[in-house]
Design a protein around this ligand. Structure first.
Ligand code: ATP
Length: 199
């Protein structure tokens, strides 16, 4: 599996559609300060489902939409499409090429699509989670992130290790199941009360 291409349209400084092709191996993006190198990396984590505006170096999520320049008005939507070569079947889907798209409108809300079909964030997360490239997988190491790992509390550091080991997905599922169980127990209690009244 390798990343084949990334298309940005209206994402941060990339107002016009821009496609980066990646060959197998190492790709370096070079350019002057402020030319948008980090925006490319932000686009990668955004299309994989990043939810935190801060992780994308913005104040709010809409900051990913092209905000305009002196010569160009702001845009109303941002779109990023990531194409992954899946000929080795690393992603659990029956396609040798997989595209993941995320679109966001200025009035809020994100839409996702997998191979052109509308999808939920959860679908994107589940598709990527076993491949090791998903959100929170620490495949994207931002500036200053190493410092935050080194200065993390033992609990924080455990969190990083759990994420890297893929335990996080199961922890989240467990938390969801426990919440459902709590709801069921509440319903059972109410049922017992009602039965007590009827008897
Ligand atoms: P450095 O080498 O200094 O780290 P860089 O090449 O990584 O720089 P980026 O941080 O990717 O540069 O890009 C910064 C540029 O992106 C700034 O000029 C900023 O104005 C522009 N930018 C960020 N968000 C938006 C947005 N929503 N709309 C328009 N331009 C944006």
């Amino acid at each position: 599996m390798h990343l084949k291409s990334l298309t940005l349209r209206g994402f941060k400084s990339f107002a016009s559609a821009t496609t980066l092709q990646f060959e197998p191996g190492i790709t370096c993006v070079v350019g002057p300060n402020g030319s948008g190198k980090s925006n490319v990396v932000d686009a990668l984590s955004w299309v994989m489902g990043e939810q935190g505006a801060k992780s994308l170096r913005g104040g709010k999520m809409e900051d990913v939409i092209f905000a305009g320049t002196s010569g160009r008005p702001p845009l109303g939507r941002a779109e990023v499409v990531l194409t992954i070569d899946n000929s080795d079947g690393a992603l659990p889907i029956d396609y040798t090429e997989v595209t993941i798209a995320r679109t966001m409108f200025r009035n809020g809300g994100s839409e996702y699509a997998i191979n052109g079909n509308p999808a939920r964030l959860l679908d994107v997360q589940e598709l990527l989670s076993d491949s090791g490239i998903g959100r929170e997988m620490h495949v994207i190491v931002g500036q200053g992130q190493l410092d935050s790992i080194l200065s993390a509390t033992p609990e924080g550091r455990r969190g990083f290790i759990e994420e890297a080991a893929g335990v996080l997905k199961h922890r989240k599922r467990k938390e969801k199941a426990l919440r459902k169980l709590e709801g069921c127990e509440g319903n059972l209690d109410r049922l017992q009360d009602l039965l007590g009244e009827v008897r």
